[in-house]
Structures are given as C-alpha cells and as structure tokens.
Ligand binder design. Structure first.
Ligand SMILES: N[C@@H](CCC(=O)N[C@@H](CS)C(=O)NCC(=O)O)C(=O)O
Length: 82
C-alpha cells in the first residue's frame, strides 16, 4: 500500500564489496530501514581505482545520499576523500 502522507525516500547509493567493512554499512542501512541500491566495487580487481569511483573515494564502503547536496557529501570510509 502507498502512504501518500510520507515523502518518498530516494535510495542511497552504496558502493561496497563483500568484506566485513563492506558489509557493515548495509547492516546499518537495513537496521535504519533506509532504501539503498548496491553497486559492487570488486577490490580484488582494482575497481576502487576506477576514475569514476575515485571521484567519490578510494576505498569501500562509500555511500552517496542523493538527498545531501554534493558540496556537503563525504565518504564513510575514514581514509577516503571528503
Ligand atoms: N576505515 C574504513 C576502512 C575501509 C577499508 O579499508 N576498505 C578496504 C576493504 S575492507 C578497501 O577498500 N581496500 C582497498 C584498498 O585499500 O585499495 C572503514 O572502516 O570503512
């Protein structure tokens, strides 16, 4: 059933791989019941160095929340770019 009184949530984009660090964000998003879309970044193939990914961060996990203006975004990986 659609609840028209609630603002639709735009899905958070989660960039991750199947490592403990990579999984912890999806655990948190599930706990908070926030919608999210997973993009696999295969760090065993060096995909974390893909220029498109490097614009966000150089490690997984990273998230992009479309509700946050690009100028106020920061990566969740603490050694990444802010
Ligand atoms: N402090 C960060 C660590 C992130 C991290 O080390 N990610 C690893 C995978 S678990 C990674 O992206 N490694 C690829 C690389 O260092 O090139 C966190 O807890 O999320």
């Amino acid at each position: 059933m659609i609840d028209n009184d609630q603002e639709p949530h735009v899905a958070i984009e989660l960039y991750a791989y199947s490592t403990p660090n990579g999984r912890k964000i999806s655990v948190a998003l599930e706990e908070m019941e926030l919608p999210y879309k997973v993009h696999v970044v295969d760090i065993t193939k060096g995909e974390q160095y893909d220029p498109a990914f490097l614009k966000m961060n150089n490690k997984i996990p990273a998230i992009v929340d479309p509700d946050v203006p690009a100028t106020r975004r920061s990566a969740c990986s603490n050694r990444g770019r802010s």
